[in-house]
Design a protein around this ligand. Structure first.
Ligand SMILES: Nc1ncnc2c1ncn2[C@@H]1O[C@H](COP(=O)(O)OP(=O)(O)OP(=O)(O)O)[C@@H](O)[C@H]1O
Ligand SMILES: [Mg+2]
Length: 202
């Protein structure tokens, strides 16, 4: 394992929503091989908030994309409950907002309804936008928003289907709420605590 590569071992319970077992990921960059993850064994149970901390390039985004099913591991297994496996099972906030530039804020938040049914989707989208202080921007286009505002839209989009598993890749990096100094450790750590949705000023 190269220095800084992410390797986390935590206990898994019977109600584990998602479990990674000895997951490794190796990328090819031309002729060069990059070991992004090695031997990651990891589980998340309902109601749990798990924070992955590590230096830039240690594999955090890769780990989240593997959990989301967007990247295939080189080896190891990813097990999910049927609720998480389903179409509305995982909400993902990417490191960049990845909004569709031609769609309004509201229509970006409503994007999941193109593939799944969300009860009272429009009302829920407006409620989420109000919660993050963007209800008066519902008709704005992404390029008319600041980076932090765009990220708030992407958070609303991920929350719209009320997924049992929410993956957030440095979601508050572009926001101006007070936060701790960026960790400088070279060894990544995972910390756990009972889930409580961050309700501070977004
Ligand atoms: N699609 C890809 N093709 C080739 N290499 C990749 C790819 N995605 C990631 N990598 C490599 O995998 C390693 C881990 O990348 P990753 O994006 O997971 O890091 P990270 O911990 O999220 O970093 P940061 O904190 O800067 O976002 C890096 O060395 C990166 O170059
Ligand atoms: Mg990343």
């Amino acid at each position: 394992m190269r220095e800084g590569a992410l390797s986390t071992e935590t206990g898994t319970g019977t109600a584990t929503l998602v479990a990674l077992e000895d997951v490794s990921k190796r990328f090819l960059q031309g002729r060069r091989e990059v070991q992004a993850l090695q031997g990651v064994t990891f589980g998340v149970v309902p109601g749990e908030l798990v924070v992955i901390v590590g230096a830039s390039g240690c594999g955090k985004s890769t780990l989240l994309k593997i959990v989301a099913g967007l990247v295939k591991p080189t080896s190891g297994a990813v097990r999910k409950t049927s609720a998480v496996e389903g179409a509305r099972g995982i909400g993902m906030v990417f490191q960049d907002p990845v909004l569709l530039p031609w769609r309004s804020v509201l229509k970006n938040v409503l994007l999941p309804t193109e593939v799944i049914q969300v009860p009272d989707a429009r009302a829920r989208a407006m409620e989420l936008l109000e919660h993050v202080g963007l209800d008066s921007f519902e008709q704005a286009l992404p390029h008319q928003l600041s980076g932090g505002m765009q990220q708030r839209v992407s958070i609303c989009r991920a929350l719209l289907p009320d997924p049992p598993l929410l993956l957030m890749d440095e979601p508050f990096g572009a926001l101006d709420a007070p936060r701790p100094t960026r960790p400088s450790c070279s060894s990544p750590t995972a910390s756990r605590k009972p889930s409580s949705w961050p309700t501070g000023s977004w």
